[in-house]
Design a protein around this ligand. Structure first.
Ligand SMILES: [Cu+2]
Length: 84
């Protein structure tokens, strides 16, 4: 594996409904009932780590959201959240 592979980032757009919000600044996370994510996974409910707790500001349970998942070295994180 070369250096390019080690830092490869993929980005995926997704939609879903917020099921839980975990604003812990040390380990922010969000649980989402999400639709199919093309090229990544089928629809399911799951928890994602979030790149920064500030992304959770103003986000509440039952909000419908557009969000972005980034995979870095195989680890998934939510890097953007927008309320519909
Ligand atoms: Cu999933």
């Amino acid at each position: 594996m070369g250096p390019a592979a080690a830092v490869q980032t993929n980005s995926y757009k997704a939609v879903g409904v917020v099921k839980n919000v975990y604003p812990n600044p040390k380990a922010p996370a969000i649980e989402i009932d999400h639709g199919d994510v093309d090229g990544l996974m089928p629809a399911m409910q799951m928890e994602f780590p979030v790149t920064d707790a500030s992304l959770l500001n103003g986000i509440a349970v039952n909000d419908q959201i557009d969000f972005t998942i980034e995979t870095v070295a195989g680890q998934m994180k939510v890097s953007a959240i927008k309320k519909k």
